[in-house]
Design a protein around this ligand. Structure first.
Ligand code: NDP
Length: 483
């Protein structure tokens, strides 16, 4: 499959190239093959993207919400029509199995564009009666938004940021991760095809310097990042310096708590999805699996039996469950954590090894007898490594689940619904599941607390995050003055 894009960037409604920018290779993670390259944005490209977004934003905001929404809805339709090609491209870029990308990447992006397409016309203010006089509010867009993505869900992340931003009347400059530059370019093309005016959504490539150049520009009113906590700290600090709005979708080390009365097959399914989907490269993964000691042995038996059946291999084969890691660097990070788990005394019950190349494949790995102090229980690994920890009481597991700087997600499995809701209330996490895990429908707000993030994506919450109220006092009564 030819993945080489026409040009590295998409600016002002058209592909743009500037070969003076540093080359970024396009590598297929399943084979390590070089498939092509793009170039990092030069200063001139960054300037062109920001200038075109600034110029386009006012006209876009002046359209009705219905008109803007129609563009987003059309883009959703085009994405659905091209789902197969977009999914193949995403698989080539990330290494994620086609069985996943066909249903979870472009498809989630289309849902998002459709949802916010419908929502665009509902962005309204309110009227406030003041006993004679009154006030009203107008919900206005913020202006130009800079968005920076991670490499695990490139298309989904681009859509999750672009759709609500554009629905509200903002323009956007999006920088994908340099590991996965391709699908955001497709989104930009599709939006123009769907009727978006030139400049409303621009994509420029590059690493941290390009991201930093966007965040510090005076024309940018809002910054939205999906990335790791260390990057989040830097980007949030830079946004604060410019007093810009910020949404930070960062990392996690989320607890998945399985009580003794849980349905064991469902709990095992959830633990599998929460650790091995996308080869474990999911921010909200429930990587600390707390299992009540009464259930531990039975749970581990079923978990290892079922995980051993996972098909690892060619991500383009629809029968494959687990593809390679997205990059060689990520593979070596994950292998380093597995080594730490072993050396700190966790019991390896399955996996633990990289597969012989080519490609950056690694076995789904399960550690049991993990304790809270171990590195694998404290740090985000971002790979297929599950830690199973035992617990005895509800109070104990809540305290241990919360004893982390992260707070992205949490899950609880129990048949006792009163306990489920009680425990969820006590957990410090922004996105939670009861008897389910890692489903993130567009209708539900998504995001973290504590170091896992600021603000929410998706749902009505995202419309609020990409707009602000202007308050207007209307005097209908005589003006009183003291003299
Ligand atoms: P990184 O934090 O390394 O990078 C994220 C993005 O920020 C990349 O585009 C990167 O550029 C860019 N970047 C890095 N440094 C700076 C800087 N100083 N200024 C501006 N931009 C910068 O994350 P990864 O790409 O490695 O993604 C994995 C992380 O993302 C995990 O921690 C994961 O949990 C988190 N994540 C969070 C999600 C959420 O919604 N909460 C969802 C998905 C992932 P480049 O890489 O090109 O150099």
């Amino acid at each position: 499959m030819d993945v080489q894009p026409k040009a590295s960037h998409f600016v002002n409604g058209a592909p743009m190239e500037d070969a003076a920018g540093e080359a970024i290779p396009l590598i297929y993670p399943a084979t390590g093959e070089r498939l092509g390259q793009v170039h990092a944005a030069t200063e001139a490209v960054v300037e062109a993207a920001l200038a075109s977004a600034k110029a386009a934003q006012t006209g876009w905001a002046a359209m009705t919400g219905t008109e803007r929404g129609r563009v987003l809805t059309r883009a959703a339709q085009i994405i659905r029509e091209r789902n197969r090609a977009l999914s193949e491209l995403e698989t080539m870029d990330t290494g994620k199995p086609i069985s996943e990308t066909l249903v979870a990447d472009a498809a989630s992006g289309a849902d998002c564009l459709e949802y916010f397409g419908g929502m665009a016309a509902t962005l309204t203010g309110e009227t406030v009666e003041l006993g004679g006089d009154f006030a009203y509010t107008i919900r206005e867009p913020l202006g130009v938004c800079a968005a920076i993505g991670a490499w695990n869900y490139p298309m989904q992340i681009a859509c999750w940021k672009a759709a609500p931003a554009l629905a509200c009347g903002n323009a956007m400059v999006f920088k994908p991760s340099e590991e996965t530059p391709l699908s955001a370019l497709k989104l930009a093309e599709i939006l123009v095809e769907a009727g978006a005016p030139a400049g409303v959504f621009n994509v420029i490539q590059g690493a941290a310097e390009v991201g930093a150049a966007l965040i510090t520009d005076a024309r940018v009113a809002k910054v939205s990042l999906t990335g790791s906590v260390p990057t989040g700290r830097k980007v949030y600090a830079a946004a604060a310096e410019g007093l810009k709005h910020a949404t930070m979708e960062l990392g996690g080390k989320s607890p998945l708590i399985i009580f003794e009365d849980a349905d064991i097959e469902d709990a095992v399914s959830a633990a599998i999805n929460a650790n091995f989907y996308s080869t474990g490269q999911v921010c909200s993964n429930g990587t600390r699996v707390f299992v009540h000691r009464d259930l531990s042995a039975a749970f581990l038996d079923r978990l290892t039996e079922r995980t051993a059946r996972a098909v690892i291999g060619d991500p383009m084969d629809e029968a494959t469950h687990i593809g390679p890691m997205a990059s060689e660097r990520q593979l070596s990070i994950v292998l380093g954590y597995i080594e730490k788990g072993r050396s700190e005394g966790a019991r390896l019950v399955l996996g633990g090894k990289a597969l012989p190349g080519p490609g950056w494949f690694i076995e789904p790995t399960i550690f049991a007898d993990v304790t809270d102090e171990m590195t694998i229980a404290r740090e985000e690994i971002f790979g297929p490594v599950m830690s199973v920890l035992g617990f005895d009481s509800e109070e104990e597991v809540i305290a241990r689940a919360n004893a982390t700087e992260f707070g992205l997600a949490a899950g609880v499995f129990t048949r006792d619904l009163a306990r489920a809701h009680r425990v969820i209330r006590a957990l410090e996490a922004g996105t939670c599941w009861i008897n389910q895990y890692n489903l993130t429908p567009i209708e539900m707000p998504f995001g973290g607390v504590k170091a896992s993030g600021i603000g929410r994506e998706n749902a009505r919450a995202a419309m609020e995050a990409y707009s602000q109220p202007k308050a207007v006092y209307v005097g209908l009564t005589p003006v009183e003055a003291p003299f």
